[in-house]
Design a protein around this ligand. Structure first.
Ligand code: TGC
Ligand code: FAD
Length: 392
């Protein structure tokens, strides 16, 4: 990939809405992405290999548990800082952001919120430092948008639970040290449990041949009579609301992350358009290209405002799940459209790995599907404004 010349757009002087701490945290993440992610990410994606070299750095910039209290190894930051870190990481690559999202919001968050003190102390510091990597098993082969229908189950055997079933499309599964898994008990109630690599009957085959999120490893979780010690059950919340509560936090991070991918595509396209000469002048001088670029910066600015406001509501504990859905849906769609338009501005060069745009575009095809599809988030907004569920 060519040199990373990224310059972040801030059309409405939104930096003025940030605190000194937000800017420090954001700039540290931005510098780290330039130094450690940009030089290696294209090759990692081409090779479909998760770049393990970045794990330590992710921990150092606070990307593992940004808002988890410091006593458990987290960074103890607020929701805006968390969002800004996700924005900067996804500016580099959605797959790298995926790893951070899963670790923070889908593994550390449930252990922190639904676990007991012993579980928090045992797992959170190791997850925060990157010594342990985790994954989150909710989706099943026959239950994607409808996780409440899951068939993975636990049976109480007295001293332990017996876990059977399978999860599919699980980020980080192939190398995760622990998995936070959602399974039904004999009463049909969904429980969260911590499954550790090495437990007999537990395997994590990798999913190959993806055209999207190639620098992130995806796999299955297979449970064949796995004995789960009783102390590995998350005791403080059960029911579908427990995994969905984790998703709220991850979806919020994605809303910010998508802005990062969009900013990178816009910035790349703007620079290219000013340099590329056709018919004797820079293509940026043609109205059709200006329309694309002007619409991109408008959409990015709207998404930045939406997400900043959502962050302030989250800091006050007032953001609703439906508000988060709106931001995830809007921003990912916005980023995907910008990636497609930016790709066209680069002409043939846009399809190569010399530039990041095609990689962002392919990655965003997963982002628009995972953590609730584009359709599901629209239906969540529909339910919120009408009071009538249209899922079933
Ligand atoms: P429903 O009857 O509406 O709700 C069941 C219970 O859950 C509560 N609830 C929520 N709680 C917290 N946050 C939310 N967002 C919540 N949404 C619902 C609800 O209040 C109720 O609680 P209670 O106490 O009354 O039982 O459930 P439903 O079966 O009708 O489903 C609703 C629907 C379709 C919105 C939900 O199932 C859904 O969101 N589906 C999408 C599934 C999804 O997002 N999967 C993501 C898997 S993880 C992933 O993709 C990780 S990718 C990671 C990466 O690499 O970055
Ligand atoms: P389906 O639910 O089968 O949906 C197919 C289509 O039907 C979609 O367009 C959908 O919008 C539409 N549809 C479904 N229901 C309705 C309805 N009621 N009304 C209208 N339209 C509907 N899951 C995890 O648990 N953990 C992970 O770490 C994880 N990582 C992932 C990583 C990647 C790269 C990908 C691609 C997925 C990952 N997922 C993960 C799974 C992801 O959350 C699911 O793919 C997603 O929730 C959608 O489920 P599905 O693919 O089964 O699609």
């Amino acid at each position: 990939m060519s040199q990373d010349l990224f310059q972040a757009p801030d059309y409405y002087q939104l930096d003025e809405l940030l605190t000194e701490e937000h800017i420090l945290v954001r700039d540290a993440a931005r510098e780290w992405v330039k130094k450690e992610v940009s030089p290696i990410i294209e090759q990692a994606a081409q090779d479909a290999k998760f770049p393990t070299s970045i794990v330590k750095g992710l921990a150092e910039i606070g990307a593992f548990g940004p808002y988890i209290p410091e006593e458990y190894g987290g960074a103890g930051l607020d929701q805006i800082s968390y969002g800004l870190i996700m924005q900067e990481i996804e500016r580099g690559d959605s797959g790298v952001r995926s790893t951070a999202s899963v670790q923070s919001s889908l593994v550390m968050y449930p252990i922190w919120k639904y676990g007991n003190e012993e579980q928090r102390k045992k797992y959170l510091p190791k997850l925060a430092s990157g010594e342990f990597l985790g994954c989150f098993g909710l989706t099943e082969p026959d239950h994607g948008s409808n996780p409440g229908g899951m068939v993975t189950n636990i049976k109480d055997m007295g001293d332990y639970y017996l876990l059977n079933g399978a999860k599919m499309w699980i980020s980080n599964a192939p190398f995760a040290d622990i998995a936070v898994v959602w399974a039904k008990n004999e009463e049909g109630r969904i429980k969260g449990l911590i499954v550790e690599r090495g437990m007999e009957g537990f395997s994590t085959p990798e999913t190959h041949n993806k055209w999207s999120l190639r620098a992130s490893a995806t796999g299955e979780l297979i449970f064949d009579n796995v004995k789960i010690p009783k102390e590995n059950i998350l005791p403080n919340k059960d029911g579908l609301g427990a995994p969905l509560g984790c998703l709220d936090s991850a979806r919020y991070g994605i809303a910010w992350g998508a802005i990062g991918a969009a900013m990178d595509c816009y910035d790349t396209a703007l620079r290219y358009a000013k340099e590329r000469i056709q018919f004797g002048k820079p293509i940026a001088g043609f109205q059709l290209q200006q329309k694309k670029l002007a619409e991109m910066i408008t959409e990015i600015t709207k998404a930045q405002l939406l997400t900043w406001r959502l962050g302030t509501l989250r800091n006050e504990g007032r953001a609703t799940a439906a508000q988060i859905s709106m931001a995830k849906r809007n921003n990912v769609e916005m980023a995907l459209k910008i990636a497609r338009e930016a790709r066209q501005i680069l002409g043939a060069m846009g399809i190569t790995g010399e530039y990041s745009i095609m990689r962002h575009m392919m990655n965003l095809e997963s982002v628009v599907t995972y953590e609730g599809t584009h359709d599901i988030h629209l239906l969540i907004t529909g339910l919120d404004i009408t009071g009538i569920p249209a899922f079933k």
